[in-house]
Design a protein around this ligand. Structure first.
Ligand code: ADP
Length: 458
């Protein structure tokens, strides 16, 4: 039996006992008092009536009639004279009428006494009423009721109470068992599932659909398994991509180093070409490694941003200046449209420059003729930047994927042009870390436009 069943059962039993015991005690008291006072008032009434009716203590006939009457109502009678001497007794009763009792009776008050029969069980409760004759005290008329008769229904009720209490306890025990089992079964299932998840079995799912806390815990466990699975797949793909990306430049490096080592070149010019390839590939490796390092830091949430109030246009200008030669080399013109009084934003200057460098680098890389258009404006609570080119463009299907790491529209072209496939993934992470947004729109062979927004600093 599960611990939960025992705990819950114990708690319910104890609370039931805490409620039932005082309740039983009080009920018992109420019933006992009720019966006693019922009998008391009955014999009280009878003794009063009889005492009023009787005229002479010598009237044996009348006394016999009272005896018969008492018999009919299952009562007994006991009559004494004004000295306490027994005049009539329908059984063999003994009682101790004291002086005080007689005084009370003679003063017109009724008294209550216990009467003992020949054996212990025949104890009676008696109520005596004074017999008066034209103002003088003649004696007392007692009507007696057996205590056993009073006790009997009380005992019956007690038994009934006890029986229903035991019944209630067993019923509660049964209900507790069923309820606790219903509660503990899903918990045990979830425990099994989480242990499986911990072992790495991430396809496991908990099949609990109740709409309560247990249900939402089950859903959270399923989500955890799903998310961990996604993370694992992602990680695997990431590692596979990394090793692939590293292998390509490495094989170039090894190949050309071998060529040079074995002197497999004809001219000095050829040798220089190979050395340039080795240099370029090394640069690419350094870039790839630094991009990877950045990205993994960002994804682990371990990157420290130096957020400060800054003028985005200044950062953009610096970046544009650094790309001047590249632009000129490709014969592209630059169109700048920067609004006046652009409000400050809260950002990390270096990281902002990294964002612009990546976007501008891409725009130049994937554009062969035309221009690059850069625009900055502010509206409502945001500062907006758009970087638009007249390059090769991206199809709609590809556009949805370009922010994923290692996703390249055309692998060989990107590689040829010095891309790592990580640029936009880094950009998106950096923009979001600075509370900004990024979106892209594009048309194949027409050009691409990236739009950024950053909240204005308070
Ligand atoms: P890469 O290092 O390959 O440029 P990115 O993550 O920066 O990697 O970009 C992902 C892919 O998106 C690129 O391979 C390229 O195909 C496409 N892309 C990015 N910017 C542009 C652009 N301005 N014009 C056309 N295609 C682009």
């Amino acid at each position: 039996m599960s611990k939960l069943v025992l705990k819950l059962g114990g708690i319910i039993m104890i609370s039931l006992l805490v409620v039932l015991l005082p309740l039983g005690y009080v009920a018992n008291k109420i019933f006992t008092n009720f019966y006693y006072s019922e009998v008391q008032s009955e014999i009280g009434e009878l003794s009063q009536k009889y005492a009023h009716t009787i005229t002479s203590l010598d009237d044996q006939e009348m006394i016999n009639m009272f005896k018969n009457l008492a018999d009919l109502t299952n009562k007994e009678i006991y009559i004494v004279d004004n000295m306490g001497k027994v005049i009539a007794d329908s059984g063999e009763h003994k009682t101790d009428l004291t002086k005080e009792d007689m005084n009370e009776l003679s003063s017109g008050q009724s008294i209550q006494k216990r009467f003992h029969g020949s054996n212990k069980e025949s104890t009676h409760l008696g109520l005596g009423y004074p017999i008066m004759n034209s103002g003088t005290f003649q004696g007392a008329f007692f009507v007696l009721a057996s205590i056993n008769d009073i006790q009997e229904p009380i005992e019956k009720i007690k038994d009934l109470l006890l029986l229903s209490a035991v019944g209630a306890l067993f019923l509660a025990l049964g209900i507790t068992f069923v309820v606790a089992k219903k509660m503990s079964d899903p918990l045990l299932e979830m425990e099994r599932a989480t242990r499986e998840i911990a072992k790495g079995n991430l396809d496991i799912r908990v099949d609990i659909s109740s709409r309560d806390e247990v249900g939402s815990l089950a859903k959270a466990i399923n989500d955890l398994a799903l998310e961990t699975n996604r993370y694992r797949t992602n990680r695997r793909e990431f590692l596979a991509n990394i090793s692939h990306e590293l292998r390509t430049p490495m094989s170039y490096l090894k190949g050309y180093a071998e060529v040079l080592k074995k002197g497999l070149y004809q001219t000095e010019e050829e040798k220089q070409d190979y050395l340039t390839i080795i240099e370029d590939e090394t640069d690419r490796l350094v870039l790839l490694i630094s991009d990877l390092f950045d990205l993994s830091k960002m994804e682990e949430g371990k990157i420290d941003l130096q957020l400060e109030r800054l003028d985005l246009t200044e950062v953009l200008d610096t970046t544009l200046f650094k790309h001047k030669i590249e632009l000129e080399k490709k014969g592209l013109s630059l169109q700048k449209q920067i609004g006046n009084h652009i409000p400050f934003i809260e950002a990390d200057g270096m990281r902002l420059e990294q964002i612009f460098t990546n976007l501008l680098g891409n725009a130049i890389r994937y554009t062969n003729k035309g221009y690059i258009h850069v625009k900055v404006w502010s509206a409502k609570n945001n500062v907006y930047v758009s970087i638009e080119d007249t390059g090769v463009g991206i199809s709609d299907e590809e556009l949805a994927l370009i922010f994923e790491r290692f996703h390249r529209v055309e692998k060989s072209r990107s590689r040829e042009l010095g891309g790592t496939g990580l640029g936009l993934a880094i950009v998106k992470n950096l923009v979001e870390l600075q509370h900004g947004t990024i979106s892209a729109s594009s048309q194949v062979d027409k050009g691409t436009r990236f739009q950024l927004s950053f909240p204005i600093a308070e």
